[in-house]
Write a protein that binds this ligand. Structure first.
Ligand SMILES: Nc1ncnc2c1ncn2[C@@H]1O[C@H](COP(=O)(O)OP(=O)(O)OP(=O)(O)O)[C@@H](O)[C@H]1O
Ligand code: SF4
Ligand SMILES: [Mg+2]
Length: 331
């Protein structure tokens, strides 16, 4: 097959967060909506990793859930291997899609039942999708999965609560791999782990990607982690993608002022003596996002047009950026 494995076209998700009807009627309160994801488009190439970054609440997890069909999009569509996922959200087609894309969550303490045996945790998707003929085959498959993530076959007989955070995340990865998926959505998979353990889990994920040709959507607010794992980077701000480019370009020559602000805040790994600038300002209230370019209240390059007009996507040195100042050649 050619073309990207995953494509997302103008994806949007709005949540209603209004007070209950009666309370609203009495107090004459308006209905309230959060535009959690508002017109996001990107593609993930086969065997590659697209990282999504941005501050808390910008919509990263909502994108992840939309991709996996855990939320129904308000607008837009997800295309997986050429197939429209919205059209295939029922019956056998949906089951096949569910088998081919899996998710790894942030917190392996919350996402694994501590009282289940590891062999049951990993074996469950195999049983659910009818991927093992009998008990012996199931046990063999589980053992092979445990070995592939650096655990021992005998670990299957132990309970999840007997493992450390890093080991639990290995169990989550083994479970996600059980159905032999092509696409893994990883939502902050290492941010609950100690720094030393993070690197081991990230390296395991990279090795598995190479061996199995996996495609990743990797969500993280940690740019040092993103630099380690990504091929391409999408930067989100208040539900919108503001820059999308190959990793090298994002780190060496970021275009969008928000990307620059995020990068300026990370420690300088080249020790060039460049001063670190903390991220300026706060994320606006998502219930009342700023007009035009939502970043304008925090942007050092903002002009009148920025508050009035939403910037369009612009092709820029092989990447995409949505910024009036870039379009006008001011930066
Ligand atoms: N089920 C929901 N109902 C109402 N609002 C929601 C729901 N899920 C998310 N939101 C809102 O949508 C916005 C985006 O949330 P999301 O969890 O996708 O952000 P995020 O980028 O993953 O943040 P974080 O880095 O903190 O995980 C937030 O304002 C959040 O409060
Ligand atoms: S559009 Fe204007 S406010 Fe938004 S990032 Fe560009 S210069 Fe800043
Ligand atoms: Mg999240």
């Amino acid at each position: 097959m050619t073309g990207p494995l995953v494509e997302v076209h103008d994806l949007a998700k709005t949540f209603e967060v209004s007070a209950p009807w009666l309370e609203r009627a009495i107090a004459r309160k308006p209905r309230l909506f959060v535009y959690a994801v508002d017109g996001v488009s990107f593609a993930v190439e086969r065997g590659q990793t697209l990282a999504l970054v941005g501050e808390s609440g910008c919509g990263k997890s909502t994108v992840a859930r939309l991709l996996l069909g855990l939320h129904r999009p308000t607008r837009g569509r997800v295309v997986f291997d050429g197939q429209d996922c919205g059209a295939a959200r029922a019956g056998a087609e949906q089951r096949a899609l569910r088998r081919r894309m899996q998710m790894i969550f942030q917190d392996p303490y919350a996402s694994l039942n501590p009282r289940w045996k590891v062999e049951d945790i990993i074996g469950e998707p195999l049983r659910e999708h009818g991927l093992a003929a009998g008990g012996t085959e199931l046990a063999e498959r589980v053992a092979a999965l445990l070995l592939s993530v650096g655990l021992a076959a005998a670990d299957g007989a132990r309970f999840a609560h007997q493992f450390s955070g890093g080991q639990r995340q290995r169990i989550s990865i083994a479970r996600a791999l059980a159905t032999q998926p092509e696409f893994l959505v990883c939502d902050e998979p290492t941010s609950a782990l100690d720094v030393s353990v993070q690197a081991q889990v990230l390296n395991l994920m990279k090795d598995l990607q190479r061996e199995r040709g996996l495609t990743y959507l990797f969500i993280s607010h940690n740019l040092a982690v993103v630099r380690h794992v990504a091929d391409a980077v999408g930067v989100m701000y208040l539900g919108r993608l503001v820059e999308l480019a190959p990793k090298r370009q994002v780190f060496a020559a970021p275009r969008h002022p928000y990307t620059r602000m995020l990068l300026d805040a990370i420690p300088d790994i080249h020790l060039s003596g460049r001063a670190r600038t903390p991220v300026q300002g706060e994320v606006p209230n998502p219930l009342a996002p700023p007009s035009g370019c939502a970043f304008h209240p925090r942007c050092p390059h903002a002009q009148a047009r920025c508050a009035a007009e939403r910037p369009e996507w612009l092709e820029c040195d092989g990447g995409l950026v949505a910024c009036h100042a870039v379009q006008e050649g001011r930066i």
